[in-house]
Write a protein that binds this ligand. Structure first.
Ligand code: FES
Length: 308
């Protein structure tokens, strides 16, 4: 069972990675994966919003309830079996199996959000990686408890309870990190679900060191749009004095500036509140100390270009 659980998890990781790399650096693969996990009408182009969702509701937090409940339930029933030696053992077996199935199911949308929603090169990305690895550890520990339970006679109850205690402690750590990812890093949070233009993302290609930004419609003053240009994440902002383009990467800990607020040419990072001047990149207020990268924009024959 241990081997089967590990193989199942690895298989899901490889499957998602394979699909997402099929086309164009993952862009179309990403849409394909979304179609597997989202209903067709789900909007797929919104920054920080979970990319694996049903009608905007992220799937990962819905599904994690099942392994949490089943694994903790298994520990409780195994402790009761240890104390009372009644038929609680069999209930615990079912709960561990249900927890493993639920855990693997929850891992898939979690992995999609890890790849496509968490900003790259950020503390959120590192935290999300640790969160996933610890949860993988939980799956391994409960798989081991099931393996020993099914293979050894008499059932080593103390060993099983010990393993499950370790699993629940790991689960608590992982849950804590998951909470931080949502409540602090705002992963999967769509706090302006009003169809504002700033949430629409575009995938563009640069030619001769510049990229045309044609789709200016719907972008009002103090709104931003995230562009993916040849692997770079660039935010285009409309200010009172004109257009500005800058890196999506906050120089403090990598928060996504496209998910922040723009007022009077200053963008505020949603993670710890650093402010940057979007026209020159300077830090207006910390904790960030380094300026952000800004990209020159130019107009030619009525068209708007960003110089990369
Ligand atoms: S990541 Fe800390 S202020 Fe942006």
């Amino acid at each position: 069972m241990l081997i089967k659980g590990s193989l199942g998890y690895l298989f899901s990781v490889i499957l998602v990675k394979y699909i997402t790399n099929l086309f164009d650096g993952g862009r179309f693969g990403f849409v394909f994966v979304l179609q597997l996990f989202s209903i067709p009408s789900a909007r797929v182009n919104q920054q920080m919003k979970s990319k694996a969702n049903i009608k905007g509701h992220p799937l990962h937090p819905i599904l994690v309830c099942f392994p949490i409940a089943f694994f903790i339930g298994a520990l409780i029933f195994d402790v009761l079996a240890l104390l009372n030696d009644q038929n609680f053992n069999q209930t615990a077996v079912y709960m561990v199996i249900a927890g493993l199935v639920g855990g693997l199911a929850a891992a898939i949308p979690g992995l999609i959000d890890f790849i496509f929603t968490v900003p790259p090169n950020s503390t959120g990305k590192k935290r999300a990686a640790k969160h996933g690895l610890i949860n993988f550890g939980v799956i391994l520990v409960f798989s081991a408890s099931l393996f020993f339970r099914l293979q050894m006679q008499p059932v080593p109850k103390l060993l099983i309870v010990g393993l499950e205690v370790i699993g629940v402690i790991l689960l608590t750590f992982a849950g804590w990190m998951g909470g931080t990812l949502v409540y602090s890093n705002q992963i999967g949070v769509d706090h302006r679900y009003a169809g504002a233009a700033k949430w629409k993302e575009e995938y563009l290609k640069a030619t001769n060191g510049r990229v045309e930004f044609a789709n200016t419609s719907g972008l009002e003053i103090n709104q931003m749009r995230l562009l993916h240009v040849d692997g770079k994440r660039i935010v285009v902002a409309r200010t009172e004095t004109g257009w500005a383009a800058f890196s999506d990467h906050c120089t403090h800990r990598g928060g996504s500036l496209a998910g922040g607020a723009l007022v009077c040419r200053a963008v505020q990072c949603p993670w710890h509140g650093s402010h940057f001047d979007v026209t020159i990149g300077d830090v207006i207020a910390g904790p960030a100390k380094e300026k952000i990268i800004v990209y020159p924009m130019e107009e030619e024959n009525g068209k708007l270009y960003i110089k990369i």
